[in-house]
Write a protein that binds this ligand. Structure first.
Ligand code: FEO
Length: 161
């Protein structure tokens, strides 16, 4: 059994994960519109991963006999000035998500909710990977900024994800 506070916080995180999914789907559409098929594929993959994060949290709530409440998903940006800007926003967004996960960890610690703290460890590790992946791509796109061939090659590479 988990506290009402924790139930609400985890439901809010489900909404945040689904918003992330929505954000990356939007980026995927915009990347495709810009002719960047590899980046579109990368974001489509990310869209799926975020849905899995939401499902993981929902599954945990259900295993704790707690109610999953699916709230409306807020609107997202639909266009970016460049693919570099998309990945910069990705990194900034993942840093925010990391902070959210850490807040959940603090709540679990304060409530001595060992089961939730244990479940959240997966997300703590996942966020390290998510930030690292986004940072690497931001650095790479910044390096080739303004060089069409470089952007094309990098985009192709992202299509292999
Ligand atoms: Fe679900 Fe990208 O964090």
């Amino acid at each position: 059994m988990i506290s009402k506070n924790m139930q609400e916080a985890l439901n809010a995180q489900i909404n945040a994960e689904l918003w992330s999914a929505y954000l990356y789907l939007s980026m995927s559409m915009d990347a495709d519109d810009k002719g960047l098929k590899g980046s579109a594929h990368w974001f489509a993959h990310q869209f799926k991963e975020e849905q899995e994060h939401a499902r993981k949290l929902a599954g945990y709530l259900q295993s704790q006999n707690a109610k999953v409440v699916l709230a409306p998903i807020a609107t997202v940006q639909t266009e970016w000035p460049s693919v570099t800007a998309m990945f910069e926003d990705t990194l900034a967004h993942e840093q925010k998500v990391t902070a959210m996960i850490h807040e959940l960890c603090k709540l679990a610690a304060a409530e001595q909710d060992f089961a939730t703290a244990n479940m959240l460890q997966w997300f703590v590790n996942e966020q390290v990977e998510e930030e690292d992946a986004a940072r690497e791509i931001v650095d790479a796109f910044r390096m080739v900024e303004g060089e069409k061939v470089g952007v094309y090659m990098l985009d192709q590479k992202l299509g292999a994800r």
